[in-house]
Design a protein around this ligand. Structure first.
Ligand code: FES
Length: 173
C-alpha cells in the first residue's frame, strides 16, 4: 500500500532537508529530552545560556521525529537565539512556531508542540538543576506544550507496554 505524501510547504521541506543547529552540543548549560525513544518521536534540546544576563546564546537539537518535528525544532533553535529566558518562555508557543514555518498539516501540529515542549522543559530544568527558585514569570503548572509532551510520553509508554504483553502472549502460544 502506498502512502499519500503529506502536504508540507517548501519551508518545512527545506528545513527538514537542511536543518539548522542539528546535533549534540558539548558545552550546553542544560539538556532536556521530550518524547519517547520507544516510538522514535524523541527530541533532545540543548541550550547554552549566558547565566549572568539570562540570555540564550545558542540552541541545538537532535530529533528522531518526523519531518514536521525536525523542521519545527530547527526553527525553534533559531527563534530563541539571543532571547532572555523570560522572553523565550513567553514568546515561543507552538502556534507562533507553526506560523513561522508557514503552517503544518493539522495532523502534524503535535510535532511542533513537542518541539516547544522540549524547549520549555529545558528552561524549567535549568532553574531546577541550578537550585534557583523559579522566576515569577514561570507558572508552577505545566504549559500546554509541556503537558502535551507528557501525554505523548505516557501514551508511548502504554503502547509499548501493550506491545510487550502481546509479544509475550504470542511467545507463550
Ligand atoms: S514527531 Fe511524531 S509524528 Fe511528528
Amino acid at each position: 500500500m502506498s502512502r499519500i505524501p503529506l502536504p508540507y510547504n517548501p519551508k518545512v521541506m527545506d528545513l527538514f532537508r537542511h536543518p539548522k543547529n542539528l546535533g549534540k552540543m558539548d558545552d550546553a548549560t542544560v539538556v532536556a529530552v521530550a518524547g519517547n525513544p520507544a516510538c522514535g518521536d524523541m527530541i533532545t534540546f540543548y541550550l547554552k545560556i549566558d547565566e549572568t544576563e539570562q540570555i540564550i546564546e545558542k540552541a541545538q537539537f537532535e530529533s528522531y521525529g518526523c519531518a514536521a518535528n525536525i523542521a519545527t525544532s530547527s526553527i525553534v533553535t533559531e527563534m530563541v537565539k539571543c532571547l532572555t529566558l523570560e522572553k523565550a518562555w513567553e514568546d515561543i508557543t507552538w502556534k507562533k512556531v507553526t506560523e513561522e514555518i508557514g503552517g503544518l498539516p493539522s495532523v502534524k501540529f503535535h510535532c511542533g508542540v513537542l518541539a516547544v515542549g522540549a524547549l520549555k522543559r529545558a528552561i524549567r530544568q535549568y532553574y531546577k538543576e541550578k537550585g534557583i527558585a523559579p522566576p515569577s514569570w514561570m507558572p508552577l503548572d505545566h504549559t500546554f506544550e509541556e503537558k502535551q509532551a507528557l501525554e505523548e510520553e505516557e501514551l508511548a509508554k502504554t503502547l509499548s507496554k501493550r506491545l510487550k504483553i502481546e509479544e509475550e502472549k504470542k511467545a507463550e502460544k
